[in-house]
Write a protein that binds this ligand. Sequence first.
Ligand code: SIN
Length: 543
Amino acid sequence: MGYPPRMYELIKAVEATRQRRYDERHPRLSPEGKQQLLEKFHPDYRPDTMRPVKVGVSRGTVMPHELVDVLESWSRLDPEKFPLDKIDYDVDVLIIGGGGAGASAALMANENGADVLLATKLRLGDANTMMAQGGIQAADKPNDSPTLHYLDVMGGGGFANKPELVRALVQDAPLVIKWLEDLGCMFDKEPDGTMTTQHGGGTCRKRMHAARDYSGAEIMRTLRDEVKNREIPVLEFSPAVELLSDGEGTCTGAVLMNLETREFLIVRAKTVVVSTGGFGRLHIADFPTTNHYGATADGLVMVYRLGGRLVFLDATQFHPTGAAYPEQIVGLLITEKVRGLGAQLVNIHGEQFVYPLETRDAVSSAIIRECVERKKGIVTETGQYGVWLDSPMIEQIHGEGTILRSLPAMYRQYARFGIDMRKTPILVFPTLHYQNGGVDIRDDTSVTTVENLFVAGETSGGVHGRNRLMGNSLLDVVVFGRRAGVAAARKARHVESGHLSLAHVSDYHKELEDAGLPKDRISPILLPSYTRHQAVPGANPAV
Ligand code: SIN
């Protein structure tokens, strides 16, 4: 199939400038220039994308409409009538979510002597972790240090990050790489056995460890195998639909739903870890997404009803390089590693318009500006905007064979459609990628406002401030997943199994009623509905 003839014509402008651009380094943005760019073009700053939530502990806080909709919704359970007398599982630690954070938590809770149950919406490993491509950051090279990593994370997050969480992230990072390697994770290495590392956007040192461009899949494979090896009980196709409390606001378990039979299962637990991922499948601001189907903000909804405070949820990450062509893959991730290897972003005239490794919020805003204000983007036959990511430069810089060796997944994704990214550039536009904010936690992942409840991974907020850097999400899920497992297991040693109640849901329903909110919305939604959202919403959400 390849590109239509008109697009091959346009590619000639990219080819014509490639040699000249080879030595050209686009100037970096000044802090003021970056702020102006964000305020004018980043979707977070669009007044039509958010509103304050009317109920709950973070009442009045501004968040995306799509998230507010699921927070201002009724439970799947009738809290006055739902029977809680028959307990199906009675455990020390219940882990909700089977991605990287949940699996890491399960392993560490098990290692700390807890009787663990892991419940997950789909299969163990069906999560954004599995889909992460580019890598995982850790400052473990002689020219690097956790302090430099700390400064990069803070800078990337606009210095809004919670410092104690950033400290935990960067300090545990080298240990996490070693732990994963000891469990069998196959990271890329140099011929002398040292780890291959690369730059990501906003990093002052090469500290991105990768397994080609299957990094998340390799990490998830490792964690999943270990959960299975240790015979940790896992309930698949069993999402949680509500947390349980003792009636005084302390978490005591959860209600799960068997997706096949629709039966509810009651789990009593001394401590609970929520690691259900983020809100990508809510299609914030109508953008397409890189995210897994399960990313429907379930954890945020359940924890919020029980009193967990939400932070930074007005900051959404749009990955600069989502596929913009062909139509079948619009919104899917083109890993930042492509830019890390030297591919430049260029407009219809073959000109660079941004330094490709600025932080993601800035690069996305620059692409939107190029298309919307400067009218120098490319428009596809279906009206989708994009700019070129000049992938053939990678082979020019690093030599023939680099793309097949370092980006096999990317190569295959395009080869399926007759596009050889070694020879022709690919068309990209920002896509919804990550929930920067989430539940407010301490550095042991305990929720600041709810007892015996822990949150790890994308469901939590604070570590990345207003913008996460590449490779810090795979790191986050393992660092904080591990911490959650340890903390939840240790806490469970001193906790008596509690009374089970849905009183907090009754209270929440009363708030919804008092606020006069419509009664037809139910959450967690569990799976996205594509009768409402198209796979390619609106083609040009920025316009
Ligand atoms: C990427 O490879 O660009 C995505 C990985 C991440 O978001 O950290």
